[in-house]
Design a protein around this ligand. Structure first.
Ligand code: PEP
Length: 261
């Protein structure tokens, strides 16, 4: 049974002081969940030391929103995977649509970053998503397959379950509404089939595929009603501790439901 996930990326928000406050507010709100689900927060780099300290006493892992593919060297302004590990990161987000759109990142570059991340023991959260135009042309599944295949090209099948796939339709990020749950679930099923075709049934059965893109406490339940959606990856709605706690509670309820089935 796949362990469900609730995660949030803070983008360029929530500095160190605020991060410590967020953690202090979140701790009592999620204490009852124990380790029923996996939770992560992805603060900006400068908030990582504060987050490491503040989240260390309860079950929320921290991660970064980006990294460089080399371990060290003349790369002004960059941060490497070993540095993230030293800073207490367990996760690193790769290929967020804002990295693709504003910083020209490609899935070939993402492949190099992902290779470096796994070599350092970080869990990559690999974002995959079609544009609005891809959706209109009904080629979303092909695009997701292509992105996944390129980013994971160098990985052996046994490594796949250690990667978290995040289906984040680019048109649904920072938008007014999330993807319709049925539409999202169809993409998750298609992606799992693509993983199966490429890496085998075992890898596909184990890999977690979470959904991100305008998730709120109002639509999270309907998304989590689909068995192929293994968790929620949230921006705006989880930038307050209360918001993240609400999302975590939805995911925890889905975990209980699935255990009963
Ligand atoms: C995101 O940026 O990955 C994201 C899911 O943001 P939001 O939830 O605000 O759409």
């Amino acid at each position: 049974m796949r362990r469900l996930i609730a995660g949030t990326g803070w983008k360029m928000n929530i500095g160190a002081t605020q991060a410590a406050r967020y953690a202090a507010q979140l701790a009592p709100l999620v204490a009852a969940l124990g380790d029923a689900i996996e939770m992560f927060v992805l603060p900006p780099f400068t908030s990582l030391p504060a987050a490491k300290q503040a989240f260390s006493s309860f079950a929320v892992g921290i991660g970064a929103q980006n990294m460089h593919w080399e371990a060290s060297g003349a790369w002004t302004g960059e941060i490497s995977a070993p540095m993230l590990v030293e800073a207490g990161c367990r996760y690193v987000e790769l290929a967020h649509s804002e990295r693709l759109e504003h910083f020209g990142e490609t899935y070939d570059l993402v492949r190099r970053k992902l290779n470096a991340a796994v070599a350092s023991g970080l869990t990559p959260i690999l974002c995959l998503g079609e544009t609005a135009e891809d959706k209109r042309r009904a080629v979303a599944d092909d695009i997701l397959n292509e992105q996944m295949s390129l980013a994971l090209r160098d990985q052996p099948p046994e490594r796949i379950p250690t990667v978290i796939l995040a289906y984040e339709p680019r048109w649904a990020i920072g938008a007014a509404a999330a993807a319709a749950p049925d539409y999202a679930a169809e993409r998750h099923r298609g992606l799992r089939k693509a993983v199966s075709d490429r890496f085998g049934a075992e890898a596909a059965a184990e890999v977690r595929i979470i959904y991100g893109g305008s998730v709120t406490p109002g639509n999270g339940e309907a998304l989590m009603a689909h068995a192929d959606i293994d968790g929620l990856f949230v921006g705006r709605a989880a930038w307050s501790a209360e918001g993240f706690a609400d999302i975590a509670a939805i995911v925890a309820r889905a975990a209980i439901q699935r255990k009963k089935q």
